[in-house]
Design a protein around this ligand. Structure first.
Ligand SMILES: O=C(O)COP(=O)(O)O
Ligand SMILES: [Mg+2]
Length: 221
């Protein structure tokens, strides 16, 4: 067993960049929204560095890039609606689970560890994507960026999960790809484990000093 799992009773997984490579579909929806406004598409590489603070921030960053200035609130709101429509139409066309994910989730579940999910992505997208990839059944509870008043890096969603299952935060592990996951985990009193292959605004996630790093979730078990 990976040393990070000792005494762990609950694991909270991040979604985008940790369990799934979702940027192809996110970028397609961002570009559809931009092209719908006769703006230039931005492509996957840019979107990869903008994921992590939820879909509203993603849209705001895309507009700021193509407009060359901060967009006003009304424009962000209308564009966000456009993004949501496009992403709803195709949330899992080219999105794939990373290697070892299904095995790791199954093995944790088999050990009796409570498997949960906490993403900053809007909650409405969680089930369609997990179901399309055959991963939904592993999760006892999932939270999206709009499920509670606060999202990561705020510790509230993590503490909510721990409380729901009556597990002390010290016996919980946050597994994620970004500084928001590590910060939320630390603030919640969870142990933290990072994967280096995901999305972290172009910076190495080790800079956030997680308790551990695994190259692949297959190493977890
Ligand atoms: O939607 C986002 O910005 C990121 O989602 P995540 O929290 O699953 O990485
Ligand atoms: Mg992530």
């Amino acid at each position: 067993m990976h040393p990070s799992l000792q005494d762990i009773r609950l694991v909270a997984f991040d979604l985008d960049g940790t369990l799934i490579d979702s940027v192809p579909d996110l970028a397609a929806a961002v570009d559809a929204m931009l092209v719908g406004q006769r703006l230039a598409p931005v492509g996957e590489a840019k979107v990869r560095d903008w994921v992590g603070n939820g879909s509203h921030k993603l849209v705001e960053r895309a507009l700021a890039c193509v407009l060359g200035e901060a967009p006003d609130t009304a424009r962000v709101t209308a564009s966000h609606d456009g993004f949501l429509r496009a992403y709803h139409a195709a949330p899992c066309e080219r999105t794939r689970a990373y290697p070892g994910v299904s095995e790791a989730l199954g093995s944790l579940e088999a050990r009796g560890i409570i498997v949960t999910l906490v993403t900053n992505k809007p909650a409405a997208f969680i089930d369609p994507i997990l179901e399309a990839l055959g991963l939904r059944r592993y999760f006892r509870m999932t939270l999206g960026g709009d499920s509670l008043a606060e999202k990561k890096p705020h510790p509230a969603p993590l503490l909510h999960l721990a409380a729901q299952f009556g597990v002390a935060p010290a016996q919980c592990l946050m597994v994620g790809d970004s500084r928001h996951d590590v910060e939320a985990g630390k603030r919640a009193g969870f142990r933290t484990l990072a994967v280096p292959y995901g999305y972290n605004h172009g910076e190495p996630v080790v800079s956030s000093r997680p308790d551990g790093v695994v190259e692949s979730l297959g190493e977890l078990v």
